[in-house]
Design a protein around this ligand. Structure first.
Ligand SMILES: NC(=O)c1ccc[n+]([C@@H]2O[C@H](COP(=O)([O-])OP(=O)(O)OC[C@H]3O[C@@H](n4cnc5c(N)ncnc54)[C@H](OP(=O)(O)O)[C@@H]3O)[C@@H](O)[C@H]2O)c1
Length: 247
Protein backbone atom coordinates (compact mmCIF):
# COMPACT_ATOMS: atom_id res chain seq x y z
CA UNK A 1 0.00 0.00 0.00
CA UNK A 2 1.56 3.38 -1.00
CA UNK A 3 2.04 6.08 1.66
CA UNK A 4 -0.73 8.09 -0.01
CA UNK A 5 -3.34 5.62 -1.31
CA UNK A 6 -4.76 8.35 -3.57
CA UNK A 7 -1.41 9.02 -5.29
CA UNK A 8 -1.75 9.19 -9.09
CA UNK A 9 1.89 9.78 -9.99
CA UNK A 10 2.79 8.20 -13.37
CA UNK A 11 -0.87 7.43 -14.05
CA UNK A 12 -2.72 8.80 -17.06
CA UNK A 13 -6.27 9.94 -16.35
CA UNK A 14 -8.60 10.76 -19.25
CA UNK A 15 -11.52 12.99 -18.27
CA UNK A 16 -14.27 13.46 -20.87
CA UNK A 17 -16.27 16.53 -19.90
CA UNK A 18 -13.26 18.23 -18.29
CA UNK A 19 -14.06 21.79 -19.33
CA UNK A 20 -16.66 22.42 -16.62
CA UNK A 21 -18.16 21.41 -13.29
CA UNK A 22 -17.38 17.95 -11.95
CA UNK A 23 -14.98 17.12 -14.79
CA UNK A 24 -12.90 20.26 -14.22
CA UNK A 25 -12.79 19.58 -10.46
CA UNK A 26 -11.70 15.99 -11.12
CA UNK A 27 -8.97 17.25 -13.46
CA UNK A 28 -7.68 19.63 -10.77
CA UNK A 29 -7.63 16.97 -8.03
CA UNK A 30 -6.04 14.36 -10.32
CA UNK A 31 -3.33 16.85 -11.28
CA UNK A 32 -2.75 17.70 -7.62
CA UNK A 33 -2.29 13.98 -6.94
CA UNK A 34 0.38 13.73 -9.65
CA UNK A 35 -1.54 12.38 -12.64
CA UNK A 36 -0.87 13.03 -16.30
CA UNK A 37 -4.28 14.43 -17.19
CA UNK A 38 -5.92 14.32 -20.62
CA UNK A 39 -8.79 16.79 -20.74
CA UNK A 40 -11.52 16.16 -23.30
CA UNK A 41 -14.64 18.08 -24.34
CA UNK A 42 -15.96 19.76 -27.49
CA UNK A 43 -14.27 23.11 -26.79
CA UNK A 44 -10.48 23.42 -26.98
CA UNK A 45 -10.68 27.00 -25.65
CA UNK A 46 -12.58 25.95 -22.52
CA UNK A 47 -10.27 22.97 -21.97
CA UNK A 48 -7.16 25.12 -22.23
CA UNK A 49 -8.66 27.57 -19.74
CA UNK A 50 -9.15 24.71 -17.26
CA UNK A 51 -5.70 23.29 -18.02
CA UNK A 52 -4.16 26.65 -17.08
CA UNK A 53 -5.71 26.29 -13.59
CA UNK A 54 -4.24 22.83 -12.92
CA UNK A 55 -1.49 22.48 -10.33
CA UNK A 56 0.66 20.81 -13.03
CA UNK A 57 -0.53 22.09 -16.43
CA UNK A 58 2.71 20.91 -18.00
CA UNK A 59 1.66 17.30 -17.31
CA UNK A 60 -1.73 17.79 -18.98
CA UNK A 61 -2.99 18.05 -22.54
CA UNK A 62 -6.34 18.88 -24.11
CA UNK A 63 -8.21 17.02 -26.84
CA UNK A 64 -11.29 18.54 -28.50
CA UNK A 65 -13.76 15.75 -29.30
CA UNK A 66 -17.50 15.12 -29.35
CA UNK A 67 -18.35 11.99 -27.38
CA UNK A 68 -21.32 11.34 -29.66
CA UNK A 69 -19.00 10.96 -32.68
CA UNK A 70 -18.04 7.30 -32.34
CA UNK A 71 -15.63 7.19 -35.31
CA UNK A 72 -14.15 10.60 -34.57
CA UNK A 73 -13.31 9.45 -31.04
CA UNK A 74 -11.14 6.66 -32.41
CA UNK A 75 -9.04 9.25 -34.28
CA UNK A 76 -9.02 11.70 -31.38
CA UNK A 77 -7.62 9.05 -29.02
CA UNK A 78 -5.24 7.43 -31.54
CA UNK A 79 -2.08 8.81 -29.89
CA UNK A 80 -3.01 8.78 -26.19
CA UNK A 81 -0.97 5.64 -25.51
CA UNK A 82 -1.69 3.65 -22.36
CA UNK A 83 -4.41 5.00 -20.12
CA UNK A 84 -4.92 4.11 -16.45
CA UNK A 85 -8.23 5.76 -15.63
CA UNK A 86 -11.18 7.02 -17.68
CA UNK A 87 -13.73 9.35 -16.09
CA UNK A 88 -16.75 10.48 -18.15
CA UNK A 89 -18.86 13.26 -16.59
CA UNK A 90 -19.79 14.78 -20.00
CA UNK A 91 -23.40 15.78 -20.46
CA UNK A 92 -25.19 18.45 -22.50
CA UNK A 93 -28.48 20.23 -22.02
CA UNK A 94 -29.73 17.76 -19.42
CA UNK A 95 -32.22 20.25 -18.00
CA UNK A 96 -33.63 20.96 -21.47
CA UNK A 97 -34.80 17.34 -21.66
CA UNK A 98 -37.34 17.85 -18.89
CA UNK A 99 -41.08 17.74 -19.55
CA UNK A 100 -44.32 16.04 -18.64
CA UNK A 101 -44.12 12.45 -19.89
CA UNK A 102 -47.18 12.66 -22.14
CA UNK A 103 -45.89 15.88 -23.76
CA UNK A 104 -42.27 14.87 -24.42
CA UNK A 105 -41.36 14.88 -28.12
CA UNK A 106 -39.77 11.86 -29.72
CA UNK A 107 -36.65 13.93 -30.45
CA UNK A 108 -36.31 14.98 -26.81
CA UNK A 109 -36.79 11.44 -25.56
CA UNK A 110 -34.20 10.10 -28.02
CA UNK A 111 -31.75 12.89 -27.15
CA UNK A 112 -32.08 11.98 -23.47
CA UNK A 113 -30.05 8.88 -24.28
CA UNK A 114 -27.08 10.95 -25.60
CA UNK A 115 -25.50 10.65 -22.17
CA UNK A 116 -25.76 6.85 -22.33
CA UNK A 117 -24.38 6.58 -25.88
CA UNK A 118 -21.62 9.13 -25.38
CA UNK A 119 -20.20 7.27 -22.38
CA UNK A 120 -20.54 3.95 -24.19
CA UNK A 121 -18.71 5.29 -27.24
CA UNK A 122 -15.83 6.64 -25.14
CA UNK A 123 -15.30 3.32 -23.38
CA UNK A 124 -15.35 1.45 -26.71
CA UNK A 125 -12.96 3.91 -28.36
CA UNK A 126 -10.49 3.71 -25.45
CA UNK A 127 -10.81 -0.03 -24.83
CA UNK A 128 -7.52 -0.80 -26.60
CA UNK A 129 -5.70 1.83 -24.53
CA UNK A 130 -6.79 1.04 -20.99
CA UNK A 131 -4.39 -0.80 -18.71
CA UNK A 132 -5.64 -4.04 -17.10
CA UNK A 133 -5.07 -2.44 -13.68
CA UNK A 134 -7.05 0.63 -14.72
CA UNK A 135 -10.56 1.86 -14.12
CA UNK A 136 -13.56 3.42 -15.79
CA UNK A 137 -15.88 5.76 -13.91
CA UNK A 138 -19.23 6.37 -15.58
CA UNK A 139 -21.70 9.05 -14.53
CA UNK A 140 -25.38 8.57 -13.78
CA UNK A 141 -27.43 10.47 -11.18
CA UNK A 142 -28.99 9.50 -7.90
CA UNK A 143 -32.29 9.81 -9.79
CA UNK A 144 -31.44 6.44 -11.36
CA UNK A 145 -31.81 4.95 -7.86
CA UNK A 146 -34.54 7.13 -6.40
CA UNK A 147 -36.66 8.60 -9.22
CA UNK A 148 -37.22 12.33 -8.93
CA UNK A 149 -40.87 13.29 -8.55
CA UNK A 150 -43.51 13.81 -11.24
CA UNK A 151 -43.01 17.58 -11.25
CA UNK A 152 -39.31 17.17 -12.15
CA UNK A 153 -40.23 16.14 -15.72
CA UNK A 154 -37.41 13.59 -15.70
CA UNK A 155 -39.22 10.29 -16.29
CA UNK A 156 -37.08 9.41 -19.32
CA UNK A 157 -33.80 10.88 -17.95
CA UNK A 158 -34.28 8.84 -14.76
CA UNK A 159 -34.40 5.73 -16.95
CA UNK A 160 -31.24 6.82 -18.77
CA UNK A 161 -29.42 7.12 -15.42
CA UNK A 162 -30.50 3.58 -14.48
CA UNK A 163 -29.37 2.32 -17.89
CA UNK A 164 -25.90 3.79 -17.30
CA UNK A 165 -25.80 2.05 -13.92
CA UNK A 166 -26.67 -1.39 -15.22
CA UNK A 167 -24.40 -1.16 -18.26
CA UNK A 168 -21.59 -0.05 -15.95
CA UNK A 169 -22.16 -3.08 -13.72
CA UNK A 170 -22.22 -5.33 -16.79
CA UNK A 171 -18.95 -3.85 -18.10
CA UNK A 172 -17.33 -4.46 -14.72
CA UNK A 173 -17.75 -8.16 -15.52
CA UNK A 174 -17.06 -8.04 -19.26
CA UNK A 175 -13.98 -5.77 -19.14
CA UNK A 176 -12.45 -7.31 -15.98
CA UNK A 177 -9.82 -7.00 -14.61
CA UNK A 178 -10.39 -3.36 -15.59
CA UNK A 179 -12.62 -1.96 -12.84
CA UNK A 180 -15.82 -0.18 -13.83
CA UNK A 181 -17.89 1.89 -11.42
CA UNK A 182 -20.74 4.38 -11.65
CA UNK A 183 -20.98 7.64 -9.75
CA UNK A 184 -24.49 8.82 -8.94
CA UNK A 185 -24.32 12.48 -7.89
CA UNK A 186 -27.17 14.25 -6.20
CA UNK A 187 -27.59 17.98 -6.73
CA UNK A 188 -24.21 19.62 -7.41
CA UNK A 189 -23.73 23.36 -7.89
CA UNK A 190 -22.36 23.50 -11.44
CA UNK A 191 -23.25 25.22 -14.70
CA UNK A 192 -26.06 22.77 -15.43
CA UNK A 193 -28.04 25.15 -13.20
CA UNK A 194 -28.63 28.87 -13.70
CA UNK A 195 -27.28 31.26 -11.07
CA UNK A 196 -30.76 31.71 -9.62
CA UNK A 197 -31.34 27.94 -9.50
CA UNK A 198 -27.99 27.46 -7.76
CA UNK A 199 -28.96 29.95 -5.04
CA UNK A 200 -32.31 28.21 -4.49
CA UNK A 201 -30.78 24.73 -4.51
CA UNK A 202 -28.04 25.77 -2.08
CA UNK A 203 -30.63 26.98 0.44
CA UNK A 204 -32.73 23.85 -0.09
CA UNK A 205 -29.76 21.49 0.42
CA UNK A 206 -28.52 23.29 3.52
CA UNK A 207 -32.03 23.10 5.01
CA UNK A 208 -33.10 19.59 4.03
CA UNK A 209 -30.28 17.20 3.13
CA UNK A 210 -29.14 14.90 5.95
CA UNK A 211 -25.62 16.40 5.70
CA UNK A 212 -26.97 20.01 5.77
CA UNK A 213 -24.43 21.25 3.23
CA UNK A 214 -24.67 21.87 -0.51
CA UNK A 215 -23.11 19.58 -3.12
CA UNK A 216 -19.99 20.99 -4.76
CA UNK A 217 -18.04 19.62 -7.75
CA UNK A 218 -15.08 18.91 -5.44
CA UNK A 219 -17.20 16.42 -3.45
CA UNK A 220 -17.78 14.37 -6.58
CA UNK A 221 -14.17 14.71 -7.71
CA UNK A 222 -13.03 13.27 -4.37
CA UNK A 223 -15.31 10.26 -4.90
CA UNK A 224 -14.05 9.83 -8.47
CA UNK A 225 -10.45 9.67 -7.24
CA UNK A 226 -11.46 7.10 -4.61
CA UNK A 227 -13.01 4.90 -7.30
CA UNK A 228 -9.91 5.29 -9.50
CA UNK A 229 -7.42 4.41 -6.80
CA UNK A 230 -9.09 1.70 -4.70
CA UNK A 231 -8.18 -1.61 -6.39
CA UNK A 232 -10.97 -3.46 -4.59
CA UNK A 233 -13.96 -1.49 -5.90
CA UNK A 234 -15.63 -2.64 -9.10
CA UNK A 235 -19.26 -2.86 -10.19
CA UNK A 236 -20.22 -0.24 -7.62
CA UNK A 237 -22.93 2.37 -8.02
CA UNK A 238 -21.96 5.10 -5.59
CA UNK A 239 -24.43 7.81 -4.57
CA UNK A 240 -22.63 11.02 -3.61
CA UNK A 241 -25.64 13.11 -2.74
CA UNK A 242 -25.50 14.28 0.86
CA UNK A 243 -27.91 11.49 1.77
CA UNK A 244 -30.64 12.51 -0.68
CA UNK A 245 -31.31 8.89 -1.66
CA UNK A 246 -32.26 7.95 1.90
CA UNK A 247 -34.12 11.12 2.79
N1 LIG B 1 -24.77 19.04 -11.47
C1 LIG B 1 -25.71 18.28 -10.94
O1 LIG B 1 -26.56 18.73 -10.13
C2 LIG B 1 -25.78 16.81 -11.30
C3 LIG B 1 -26.73 16.01 -10.67
C4 LIG B 1 -26.80 14.67 -10.98
C5 LIG B 1 -25.94 14.14 -11.92
N2 LIG B 1 -25.02 14.94 -12.53
C6 LIG B 1 -24.17 14.33 -13.55
O2 LIG B 1 -22.80 14.63 -13.33
C7 LIG B 1 -22.12 14.70 -14.59
C8 LIG B 1 -21.37 16.01 -14.72
O3 LIG B 1 -22.28 17.09 -14.60
P1 LIG B 1 -21.79 18.61 -14.42
O4 LIG B 1 -22.79 19.25 -13.54
O5 LIG B 1 -20.34 18.66 -14.07
O6 LIG B 1 -22.00 19.17 -15.92
P2 LIG B 1 -21.37 20.46 -16.64
O7 LIG B 1 -20.74 21.40 -15.67
O8 LIG B 1 -22.44 21.00 -17.55
O9 LIG B 1 -20.20 19.85 -17.54
C9 LIG B 1 -20.52 19.04 -18.63
C10 LIG B 1 -19.28 18.79 -19.44
O10 LIG B 1 -19.64 17.93 -20.54
C11 LIG B 1 -18.99 18.43 -21.72
N3 LIG B 1 -19.77 17.97 -22.88
C12 LIG B 1 -21.07 18.23 -23.16
N4 LIG B 1 -21.43 17.63 -24.31
C13 LIG B 1 -20.33 16.97 -24.75
C14 LIG B 1 -20.07 16.18 -25.90
N5 LIG B 1 -21.02 15.95 -26.84
N6 LIG B 1 -18.84 15.64 -26.06
C15 LIG B 1 -17.86 15.88 -25.14
N7 LIG B 1 -18.05 16.63 -24.03
C16 LIG B 1 -19.27 17.18 -23.85
C17 LIG B 1 -18.98 19.95 -21.52
O11 LIG B 1 -17.96 20.57 -22.25
P3 LIG B 1 -18.07 21.27 -23.70
O12 LIG B 1 -19.29 22.14 -23.68
O13 LIG B 1 -16.79 22.02 -23.77
O14 LIG B 1 -18.17 20.16 -24.69
C18 LIG B 1 -18.63 20.01 -20.03
O15 LIG B 1 -17.24 19.90 -19.88
C19 LIG B 1 -23.21 14.48 -15.65
O16 LIG B 1 -23.28 13.12 -16.00
C20 LIG B 1 -24.48 14.88 -14.93
O17 LIG B 1 -25.63 14.26 -15.47
C21 LIG B 1 -24.91 16.26 -12.25
Amino acid sequence: MPLNPFDLTDQTVVIVGASSGIGAATARLSSELGADVILVSRSMDKLEAVRATLPHPEKARSIAADYLDREGLEDSFSDVGSVHHIVIPAVANENKKRGAFTALSVDTMRASFDKFWGQTFVVQALSQHIMPSGSVTLFASVAGLKPSGADSGLSIMNGVQAAVMQTGRSLAIELAPVRVNVLAPGVVLTNVWTGEQRDDLKSWMEATLPVRISGEPEHIAQAAVSLMTNPYISGAVLPVDGGLHIS
